[in-house]
Design a protein around this ligand. Structure first.
Ligand code: MN
Length: 234
């Protein structure tokens, strides 16, 4: 391959998240998402939730919205849903990472919103087409500061919550995750070559719903941080 000394057009900026209690920035490589990973009701009722293989999709790294920035209501939709999620920030990559080694690859955790054009996603589900238009649109990934493991540790349990205009709409506990973080990393690294800078959104508890322009979304994960964004006219 020919050596090139400069890009033909200006190179796009590196997407990033701020780091909690630091001026450092966490550079983002890819954003993976896990589908359907909580079983709130089954656990409340004392059942062992049926374990299905987790499934994955991706958002684009430049879909990130930094904490306290606005979420512009997207085009081509009448039904945009919030999904509050714990986000894993990978410090080391790899393929076929074992469950035992998985947590050594995690640099930190964040609070994220997997914003979804639900109407478009549902249409795509119906006809068996990919989910990108429902999931990977501009501003679809608001995300908090990254809380480094070195300072905040690994959260095994703790409250995960989303308020809309001050009212709790989603409430769960990380202990309810069907597939835990090590299992997610193990499975995902069998399918993709994970890299440092990858983010993994780990799925949402029950209570998802539609947003309206003007809504204030306030997410939190106990011990990790908070995420605020306001829905504004797109
Ligand atoms: Mn989700």
């Amino acid at each position: 391959m020919q050596t090139r000394s400069q890009f033909a057009i200006p190179a796009p900026p590196v997407p990033y998240l701020p780091v909690r209690n630091s001026d450092a920035l966490f550079p983002v490589h890819r954003i993976y998402c896990v589908g359907r990973n909580y079983a709130d009701h089954a656990i409340e009722m004392g059942h062992d939730p049926a374990r299905e293989l987790p499934f994955f999709f991706q958002k684009n790294p430049d879909n990130l919205v930094i904490n306290n920035e606005d979420f512009p209501y997207p085009r081509n939709t009448k039904e945009v849903h919030y999904e509050i999620e714990l986000v894993v920030a990978m410090g080391k990559g790899g393929i076929n990472i074992t469950r035992r080694d998985a947590l050594d690859h995690v640099w930190g955790y964040a609070v994220g919103l997997d914003m979804t054009r639900r109407d478009l996603q549902n249409e795509m589900k119906k006809v068996g087409r990919p989910w990108e238009i429902g999931k990977a649109f501009e501003h679809s990934a608001p995300c908090s500061h990254v809380a480094p493991v070195a300072e905040f540790g690994h959260p095994n349990a703790g409250r995960i919550e989303l308020k809309v205009n001050g009212e709790v709409r989603q409430l769960g506990d990380l202990g309810q995750l069907i597939w835990k973080v090590p299992e997610i990393i193990m499975t995902l690294s069998g399918l993709f070559a994970l890299k440092s800078g990858d983010l993994i959104m780990t799925g949402t508890p029950s209570g998802v719903g539609a947003v309206n322009i003007g809504d204030l979304l306030q997410g939190s994960v106990e011990g990790i941080g908070e995420l605020n964004t306001r829905v504004v006219l797109g």
